[in-house]
Design a binder for this molecule. Structure first.
Ligand SMILES: [Zn+2]
Length: 290
């Protein structure tokens, strides 16, 4: 007996409904569009928002890459990738440059994205004003009235308390000079990659039933004060202990034996590509020396 399932798990009606929400999100950059979030074969909070976006836009020619905290190998990323592959048969990759759709949690890859790619980010809390206002009815009104004093107050309080803004991730951004948006828990380092991104960026929150977007070539500004400008995590003077890369987002690791700290690329496929490149250069050099 052969089991017949729909292409990309969903029936066509479901895909259409989600695509309509995506179109609206693209038309109003940074605006949170409600959608009928489906029950998925994975638990809410594990990327169901991103997964629903991926499944509704994916076509047979697409090549999919899934990352979790910068790693293609993490269990969650592998499982999502398997699920999409089994229900669509599309090719998967770890190479950022080869992918047409990249679904991710917590990171935007180091390799710059292009117009041919769509970045899908998994979002836990889509509402940047949620901490100041628990009522959805009221936050919708605040967005409509362009009243973002709550977001500014949050940053101001952090400066009063810590002498600087203390958002480690999910630092709020202003999109297309209109809507304040939660960029999802990406490090501040990745906020800058959203500004004038060549790739379409889609953000999906399954539990909160919201989809929003940053269309290609859109202005995305991280909220900051004139006397406290926005700063990204600094890796000055540091390099990856594997591939020697600098100017990338790195994890700080501790050598258990010596207690020394060292750094490693958070984006594992970038690190691997750099290592392969070094090896190739080395091979050519050896060849020349002969
Ligand atoms: Zn590296």
């Amino acid at each position: 007996m052969q089991l017949k399932t729909h292409f990309a798990l969903f029936d066509e009606g479901s895909k259409k409904e989600i695509r309509r929400a995506i179109l609206k999100a693209v038309a109003i950059p940074g605006y949170q569009v409600p959608f009928a979030s489906r029950e998925m074969p994975i638990a809410r909070g594990w990327g169901t928002g991103g997964l629903q976006l991926t499944l509704s836009i994916i076509g047979k020619q697409d090549v999919l890459k899934v990352i979790d905290q910068g790693a293609d190998e993490s269990v969650n990323a592998v499982n999502i990738q398997k699920l999409v592959n089994k229900t669509t048969g599309v090719a998967t990759t770890i190479e950022t440059g080869e992918a047409t759709i990249i679904q991710s949690r917590h990171r935007i890859p180091e390799v710059p994205l292009t117009e041919k790619q769509i970045m899908v980010l998994q979002v836990p809390i889509p509402e940047p004003l949620r901490w100041v206002e628990p009522s959805e009815y009221k936050t919708k009104k605040l967005h409509a009235e362009n009243d973002y004093s709550g977001a500014w107050l949050m940053l101001f309080e952090q400066i009063m308390k810590y002498g600087k803004t203390a958002t480690n991730a999910d630092h709020p951004v202003l999109v297309h000079d209109r809507y304040v948006m939660a960029p999802s828990p990406i490090p501040r380092f990745d906020n800058t990659k959203m500004h004038q991104s060549e790739a379409l960026i889609l953000l999906g929150a399954g539990r909160e039933k919201k989809v929003y977007a940053v269309p290609p070539y859109t202005n995305v500004t991280s909220l900051a004060f004139d006397d406290h400008p926005f700063e990204v995590e600094s890796f000055d003077g540091k390099h990856c202990h594997l591939c020697q890369a600098t100017n990338v987002f790195m994890d700080e690791l501790v050598n258990q034996d010596t207690g020394e700290t060292y750094y490693q690329c958070n984006d594992t496929s970038y690190c691997l590509a750099e290592l392969n490149e070094h090896e190739h250069v080395l091979e050519v050099a050896v060849e020349h020396a002969r």
